[in-house]
Ligand binder design. Structure first.
Ligand SMILES: NC(=O)c1ccc[n+]([C@@H]2O[C@H](COP(=O)([O-])OP(=O)(O)OC[C@H]3O[C@@H](n4cnc5c(N)ncnc54)[C@H](O)[C@@H]3O)[C@@H](O)[C@H]2O)c1
Length: 430
C-alpha cells in the first residue's frame, strides 16, 4: 500500500468516527515515540582527561548510542580515550581529533559532551548549539556569570537540549528526598548547610617550561588571554588559578550547593559573603583551600558551604543538612534521613548513586522531548552562586544582588568580574 493510500485510509477512518481517529492517532504517536526512543544518537566528546574519558566510555556503553569522535588538545590523552571506548564496544575506537571544531563540522554528530577545563565550557557549548548540536556540559557550566547567561540564550535561540553535569539531579533517591522536602516532611525549610572535604596535596611553585610535546597549548588556552606555559598549570591544577578555574567552590561545591538550592526552592541570592584562603600550603595556588561562603535569599532562607580541600580528617557522613521548622534532613550519595526537632533519627531512605540516569535523561530529551532534569537555566543558577561566592572572596566584600537575576548591585569592582577579557577571536557570542 502506498503512503498516499495509507493517508487516505486514515482520513476516511478519522471521518467515520472520532474515537477511532483518536485511537489511530494515539497508536501512531506511540509508534513514533518507540521509534524515537530507539533512535541512534551520535556523540562527540571534547576533553579526554579523567572525566571526559569516563564520559566517553559511559556513553559508549548505552544502547543505541555511538561515540564517533573524541577530541583533546593533548595527543596522548585523546589516543587513550579512543582506546578506552574501543575496549567498551569491542570495535575500533572512535576518530581522534585535536580541534573540536571538526566535531561541530560533522553533520552526523547529535550531541557534544564538553569535559574540558572550565574556561572552555560555555564558549564551546555555545558554538555547539549554533552548530545544531545538543550539549552535555560539565559543571560548572561557565567560567563566569556572563558566559552562563549567554549559554542559556544559545540553548533557547537554537532550541537545543543543554544539560549540565550535576548528575545528582537524576538520582531517583535524591529526587524523592527533594519531593519529600517540598511536601513538608520537615515543615518550611529555611536553611541548608553543605560542605566538601578532601586531602589534596600542594599545587607547588611553578617555573617557566617548554610546552610538552603533543600538547596544543594555544588551543588549550583558547578563550583565556594567552599566558606563557608554566609547569604547574596542567593537567587538573588549572582549577586553582583564577585565570582558568573556579576553585573548589566551582569544582565540588557546585554539586551540593545545587541540591541545597533545589531543596530550599530558591533561585538568585540577595547577599553573598565569603571568607577563607590558601591556608594549608604556601604556594602558587590562588583559590582558597579553606573556604566558608554563605548565600542569603528572599523569604528568610540561607545556604552555607564550607570547603576543606586539604583536610578530611573528620569526614562527615553526609554532604548537606536541611533545617526545617519541624526537623532536619541529611543528604548523602547513599541515603537521606529525617530527624525530629530533638535530633532523633525518625526515618532513613536509600539513595543509589551513578551517573547513567542523568545521561539517559538527556538522551530521552533528545529523542523524545522529555523534560531535562537539569535544564541549563537551573545549571546556570547554581553555577552563578559559585561565581558570586568567588567574587565576594576576590573583592573581600559582601556582595548584594538583584534577586531577579543575581546581578551585582552597587559595586563596580565586583560587577567587573561578571565577565572577563577574551583572547581575540574566541569571544563567546550568541
Ligand atoms: N560531574 C562530575 O562529577 C565531574 C567529575 C570530574 C570532573 N568534572 C568536570 O570535568 C571537567 C574535566 O575534568 P578533568 O578532571 O578531566 O580535568 P583535566 O584537566 O584532567 O582534563 C581536561 C582535558 O580537557 C582538555 N582540553 C582543554 N582544552 C581543550 C580543547 N580546546 N579541546 C579539547 N580538549 C581540551 C585538556 O587537554 C585535558 O585533557 C572539569 O570541568 C571538571 O569540573 C565533573
Amino acid at each position: 500500500m502506498s503512503s498516499k493510500l495509507n493517508r487516505r485510509g486514515f482520513m476516511a477512518a478519522a471521518g467515520a468516527t472520532g474515537v477511532a481517529a483518536s485511537l489511530i492517532t494515539a497508536d501512531a504517536s506511540h509508534a513514533a515515540a518507540v521509534q524515537n526512543a530507539n533512535r541512534r544518537v551520535i556523540v562527540g566528546v571534547m576533553g579526554t582527561g579523567g572525566r571526559g574519558t569516563g564520559l566517553a566510555s559511559a556513553f559508549a556503553r548505552l544502547p543505541n548510542v555511538e561515540v564517533s569522535v573524541v577530541c583533546d588538545v593533548d595527543a596522548a590523552r585523546v589516543g587513550r580515550a579512543s582506546a578506552a571506548v574501543a575496549k567498551v564496544t569491542g570495535r575500533p575506537g572512535p576518530r581522534a581529533v585535536e580541534d573540536f571544531r571538526r566535531i561541530l563540522d560533522d553533520k552526523a554528530v547529535d550531541l557534544l559532551v564538553v569535559a574540558t577545563c572550565n574556561h572552555w565550557h560555555a564558549p564551546a557549548a555555545i558554538l555547539a548549539c549554533a552548530a545544531g548540536k545538543h550539549v552535555y556540559v560539565e559543571k560548572p557550566c561557565s567560567y563566569n556569570p556572563r558566559e552562563g547567561e549567554l549559554l542559556v540564550q544559545a540553548a533557547r535561540k537554537h532550541r537545543r537540549n543543554v544539560q549540565m553535569g550535576n548528575q545528582r539531579r537524576s538520582y531517583a533517591g535524591v529526587i524523592r528526598a527533594m519531593d519529600e522536602l517540598r511536601n513538608g516532611a520537615i515543615g518550611r525549610v529555611y536553611m541548608a548547610q553543605s560542605w566538601y572535604q578532601s586531602n589534596r596535596g600542594p599545587t607547588g611553585r611553578g617555573k617557566p617550561a617548554d610546552v610538552p610535546k603533543g600538547l596544543n597549548y594555544a588551543l588549550w588556552q583558547g578563550p583565556a588571554p594567552h599566558r606563557p606555559f608554566r609547569d604547574n598549570y596542567l593537567h587538573y591544577k588549572w582549577h586553582w588559578f583564577w585565570h582558568w578555574g573556579n576553585g573548589e567552590l566551582g569544582n565540588n561545591g557546585i554539586h551540593i550547593i545545587d541540591l541545597c538550592r533545589w531543596g530550599l526552592g530558591v533561585d538568585y541570592p540577595t547577599r553573598v559573603v565569603s571568607s577563607g584562603g590558601r591556608y594549608r600550603f604556601d604556594d602558587d595556588q590562588e583559590t582558597p583551600d579553606s573556604h566558608v561562603v554563605s548565600f542569603e535569599f528572599e523569604g528568610r532562607k540561607q545556604i552555607t558551604w564550607e570547603g576543606f580541600s586539604c583536610s578530611r580528617q573528620i569526614a562527615r557522613p553526609y554532604h548537606a543538612l536541611f533545617h526545617g521548622e519541624r526537623g532536619t534532613m541529611t543528604l548523602s550519595d547513599t541515603s537521606y534521613a529525617f530527624f525530629d526537632p530533638a535530633g532523633k533519627e525518625t526515618r532513613r531512605e536509600k539513595v543509589q548513586s551513578g551517573d547513567t540516569p542523568h545521561f539517559n535523561n538527556l538522551l530521552a530529551a533528545i529523542r523524545n522531548n522529555e523534560r531535562l532534569n537539569s535544564e541549563i537555566l537551573e545549571g546556570h543558577k547554581s553555577t552563578l552562586l559559585c561565581h558570586l561566592g568567588n567574587i565576594a572572596h576576590r573583592t573581600g566584600r559582601t556582595i548584594r544582588c538583584n534577586s531577579k537575576d543575581g546581578t551585582i548591585l552597587n559595586d563596580k569592582e565586583a560587577a567587573a568580574l561578571w565577565t572577563r577579557e577574551y583572547q581575540k577571536g574566541f569571544e563567546p557570542r550568541v
